[in-house]
Design a protein around this ligand. Structure first.
Ligand SMILES: O[C@H]1[C@H](O)[C@@H](O)[C@H](O)[C@@H](O)[C@H]1O
Ligand SMILES: [Fe+2]
Ligand SMILES: [Fe+2]
Length: 297
């Protein structure tokens, strides 16, 4: 069923996007006769053969993302003095970060943002979705704004306050998290009611949740774009189907959006490098349609 975005236009999130993105890319590559050694879909997110950097990243994250930490992170954001800058300035500021959780890319963040946006644009998706691709990881700026490390910024997300799902990568590393011994937090529902909805659930703190809070009152992206940002790292839910006992009807629509977005985020990591200077005028035009010139970060 097509969804409707805020300006009344219909779009179909269930279309080709979720199908084999490689088919689409394969077509392009043949036309351009390059990129023959593109990565196969199965070669992405291969955490079994990931390097030690990725494994130790997740061990630390899974041990430290407790309910207490998550409450503190949200309070700290409310109390912190916020930096003011444009979306493009934020992209440039983020550019020095190399994401330790990512087994699939070591390119700069601006590169990853442009690759994601370009893949969405090539596929003829609406402007709001292109711009969502462009900004979706800007929450990693948290790293520059007083995070404790990368463990509270990047990586997949999961629910805190109830039993850690075994659909999370490296589930065995949660034994070191004090919440897994807690009499409430270690139960199936923990502090939540059945089907309370993701709006009422605390997801592990990081770039998704932070950016959602930054944008929700400072942009005109449709609900689907905000869902793509807020849940794009929530792989246990959007890929593995975990947490069905907590979600509600509203989350179904979000799930559809997040699933449509995911292939562009993930599989564009093996795409051709982008030229930020060349693409900037086009994307500045899009940014101006959905964001004010200066935002509070
Ligand atoms: O390593 C990656 C990276 O940090 C992404 O930005 C995040 O969205 C993914 O979920 C994670 O697997
Ligand atoms: Fe991300
Ligand atoms: Fe990303």
């Amino acid at each position: 069923m097509p969804s409707t975005i805020s300006d009344g236009r219909d779009f179909d999130l269930t279309s080709d996007a979720i199908d084999d993105v490689n088919v689409l890319k394969g077509k392009m590559w043949n036309e351009e006769s390059k990129f023959d050694e593109a990565k196969d879909k199965a070669q992405f997110r291969d955490y079994d053969s990931a390097c030690d950097r990725v494994k130790s990243f997740y061990r630390e994250q899974h041990e430290k993302q407790t309910v207490a930490f998550n409450i503190k992170a949200r309070v700290d954001l409310k109390n912190r003095k916020r930096m003011r800058m444009s979306v493009w300035e934020a992209m440039e500021m983020l550019n020095t970060l190399i994401d330790e959780s990512d087994p699939d890319t070591s390119v700069s963040q601006i590169e990853h943002l442009l690759q994601t946006a370009e893949a969405i644009r090539r596929d003829g998706k609406p402007e709001w979705m292109q711009v969502t691709g462009l900004v979706h990881d800007l929450g990693k700026l948290l790293f520059m704004f007083g995070s404790e490390g990368q463990w509270d910024v990047v990586g997949d997300t999961f629910v805190v306050g109830c039993k850690f799902s075994d659909k999370i990568i490296y589930p065995e590393t949660f034994v070191g998290n004090p919440d897994s011994q807690d009499s409430v937090y270690s139960t199936e529902y923990g502090i939540y009611k059945a089907h309370c909805g993701l709006d009422n659930v605390m997801l592990s703190w990081g770039h998704d949740e932070y950016l959602y809070h930054v944008f929700k009152d400072q942009c005109t992206l449709p609900e689907e774009g905000l869902a793509m940002i807020r849940y794009h790292s929530f792989y246990p839910w959007h890929r593995e189907g975990a947490y069905q006992h907590l979600t509600n009807e509203k989350d179904e629509k979000a799930l559809e959006a997040v699933r449509a977005f995911n292939p562009y985020d993930l599989y564009s990591k093996s795409d051709e490098p982008c030229d930020p200077a060349k693409l900037r005028p086009y994307y500045e035009g899009l940014i101006a349609k959905f964001f004010p010139p200066i935002l509070e970060w």
